[in-house]
Design a protein around this ligand. Structure first.
Ligand SMILES: *Cc1c(COP(=O)(O)O)cnc(C)c1O
Length: 387
């Protein structure tokens, strides 16, 4: 017998496809979308999401590592798969069998890849990553000329792409992003875009894609917007009606009980009832990604009404105040993130309570709980994941 878990993450694949189409509709003809499905599709489930995006027209995917790329290929996903963290020496053969496109930032690795390509009798496409200000992966601008020149001498490798990444495109100040865009264009020209013809030049994440059309180049790399969240919790950059949240997180009431005024709640008694209080105990805690930061801060939806978390969130349980919610009983549905009736709790709201960003909330909830896929448009063989 399969026992249904009490905590369930729901993934709305229709919303994912609609978000993809809404984003695509904003692009000039010829600009390609690389759907960022790294990190298990931001916690939404790599394969069902990539398959749904494929059915909506996505033909390029960004994954974190070779393992994710191979998982996509095994599931029959075609198109271009960019491996953002590059490749390790032990994974060279997979790059060939999986026809993966590694990001390159190291000439030694480039040599090994070229060798592998010649050995296998294929050409391996790579995308060169340049650090124009992110301070993360990639070669520095002054290294580009020599790097590209050396790459061109390596038989078996094709420099198919050239890209960079914005650190503050979601922030209030556009000046750094603007400067970075200019620097990126300058480097492109300097290393002779026409001469070496990397067919795909790209730099824009969701924020830049939505805010700065002049940064689109040949391809854009939206992630968070595909999943229906805004890159910055505060600024929308897009009509909020265009994007719908893809993930929701639900549990159910385990116990309802009445406490007198003056009764402490949960570890440390950080909350004490001020009035006779009806409490609902929920079977969800930090083990399930419902962070301890949500203690005395989070809110949930029960019977279409908002109920606050009281006291500390425990490992597998937390308590909410349902004194003002009529008729709550054990087994009733509780929405931790998502919509119930007229009300909704967004990933950004949860992120605010947790002092983090929606990205982390999605990875956390999605990574820790059994996922269920809603897919009315069909066209996807998306089995429900084991957890
Ligand atoms: C994750 C990532 C993106 C997507 O960023 P969003 O803010 O989620 O749109 C784009 N490019 C790179 C290199 C990334 O790592």
């Amino acid at each position: 017998m399969i026992v249904a878990p009490m905590n369930r993450v729901h993934i709305d694949l229709d919303a994912l496809r609609n978000n993809f189409r809404a984003l695509r509709d904003r692009l000039a003809p010829g600009v390609e979308i690389m759907a960022m499905v790294k990190a298990d599709a931001y916690g939404h489930g790599l394969i069902p999401c990539a398959q749904a995006l494929w059915s909506a027209g996505a033909r390029a995917f960004g994954v974190a590592d070779v393992a994710e790329g191979m998982a996509l290929r095994r599931a029959g996903v075609g198109g271009r798969i960019l491996v953002l963290l590059g490749v390790r020496e032990t994974e060279l053969a997979e790059v060939v069998t999986g026809n993966l496109t590694p990001v390159i930032f190291d000439l030694d690795m480039a040599r090994l890849l070229a060798e592998q390509a010649r050995k296998s009798g294929v050409t391996i496409s790579v995308h060169l990553k340049v650090d124009t200000g992110m301070g993360r992966l990639g070669i520095m601008p002054e290294e580009v000329a020599l790097f590209v020149e050396t790459l061109r001498t390596m038989k078996g490798l094709e420099l198919a792409g050239f890209f960079s990444h914005f650190p503050v495109a979601d922030g209030p100040d556009s000046s750094l992003t603007h400067l970075q865009g200019l620097e990126f264009s300058r480097i492109l020209q300097q290393c002779g875009r026409d001469q070496s013809k990397p067919s795909l030049v790209h730099i824009a994440n969701s924020a830049a894609m939505l805010r700065y059309p002049d940064t689109h180049f040949d391809m854009v790399r939206p992630g968070i917007s595909l999943y229906g969240c805004c890159p910055s919790g505060r600024n929308l950059f897009i009509d909020p009606g265009c994007l719908a949240p893809v993930m929701s997180f639900k549990t159910q009431v385990l116990q309802v009980k009445d406490l007198p005024a003056g009764h402490g709640i949960s570890y440390g008694h950080t909350a004490v009832t001020r009035r006779p209080t009806r409490l609902a105990v929920l079977p969800v805690g930090y083990h399930d990604g419902y962070s301890r930061k949500l203690s005395n801060r989070g809110k949930v939806l029960i019977h279409g009404q908002s109920a606050p978390v009281l006291g500390r969130v425990c490992m597998n349980a937390c308590m909410v105040d349902v004194t003002d919610v009529a008729g709550v009983r054990a087994g009733d549905e509780v929405v931790l993130m998502g919509r119930q009736g007229e009300l909704a709790i967004s990933a950004d709201q949860v992120a605010g309570w947790m002092e983090t960003i929606s990205y982390e909330v999605l990875c956390l909830f999605g990574g820790r709980n059994r996922k269920y896929y809603d897919d009315t448009q069909g066209g996807v063989a998306a089995g429900n994941s084991p957890g």
